[in-house]
Design a protein around this ligand. Structure first.
Ligand code: FES
Length: 75
């Protein structure tokens, strides 16, 4: 699932990077750009990152945002 539409970052990307030892959400943002544009994905991205660093399975409970929804919220 795409978590960050602006930067095209998926939950798999976040989980992989977290499990590779990314020490903080700030570092994840530096590596991927997640949540650095409109910011609407930040809560979900933080949730996925947090779970990936604490469990073997990351899961996001947030409702996915469609591109149309995102676009209408920006314009
Ligand atoms: S959806 Fe992630 S910064 Fe816009």
């Amino acid at each position: 699932m795409i978590v960050c539409v602006c930067r095209r970052v998926s939950d798999r990307d976040i989980t992989r990077i977290a499990r590779q030892g990314c020490p903080s959400f700030d570092d994840l943002q530096m590596d991927t750009g997640v949540a650095t544009c409109c910011g609407r994905c930040e809560s979900c991205a933080r949730d996925v990152f947090h779970k990936a660093t604490q469990t073997t399975v990351a899961h996001c409970d947030a409702r996915p945002m469609t591109a149309d929804t995102l676009a209408s919220s920006i314009i």
